[in-house]
Design a protein around this ligand. Sequence first.
Ligand code: ADP
Ligand code: MG
Length: 253
Amino acid sequence: MNKVIAIANQKGGVGKTTTAVNLAASLAATKRKVLLIDLDPQGNATTAAGIKEESPNTLYEIFFDNISINESIYESSGGYQILPGGQDLLALEIGIRNQNQQQFLAKTIKTITTDFDYTIIDTPPTLNQLTIEALFAASGTLIPLQCEYYSLEGISGLMDTIQSLSNKNLSSNRVLGIIRTMVDMRNNLAKEVSEELEAHFSSILFNTIIPRNIKLAEAPSHGVAALQYMPNSYGAKAYLALAGELIRRVENV
Ligand SMILES: Nc1ncnc2c1ncn2[C@@H]1O[C@H](COP(=O)(O)OP(=O)(O)O)[C@@H](O)[C@H]1O
Ligand SMILES: [Mg+2]
């Protein structure tokens, strides 16, 4: 089935990487075969996946050194597999543009020989070529959003980009859902914004709310997802619930 899902929002610090890693681990816990692709030069998802190699293959080696993606997939600490990311991806971003190789990631994913159920792509906090590569490759996009004023402003550009790619028949990508992250319901503003999202985006808003939970912030420094670090934490349970909701939407079960 390999459902390719991009996690995107050009704002930084909204919970993209946390969502990518914990969703990958939660989907893997439901016996789905999951590949996580780290497309962010910061490589945070790679660290959180517990990858110990000094310089693992990334999409950079696949692009410049003609290495197969199948030789660049590593086992993570969370039951899913990962194509790591890192600083080299900055050069890749330029390389793809200079050599006019747009849609390189989409083509590369088609050459994967393992039968993955889900491929989750973590993207950088900009709408650059790396993020566009993810949007080209994905059939759905998840948008993590913090419940603050202005948090919606950033996503209109992202939604327009997804729409224009599909209008030009360059991709079948659509917004699969908006995810409320780092929510503290004791905070009145968060509650207000959350209710506003329910009113305006009811059709695509995920019911699962990801709470602000310190275990989600601590787990990456141990190279694991919250599900491995503290399975009973609110954070780990919230991402399990999110995975369940995603499965119901995507697999119609
Ligand atoms: N639900 C949460 N509760 C507590 N801390 C969180 C939560 N989600 C993310 N964080 C922390 O917030 C920071 C930014 O999250 P991150 O996932 O890296 O965002 P992005 O990838 O969008 O830049 C990180 O330090 C992360 O550990
Ligand atoms: Mg990130």
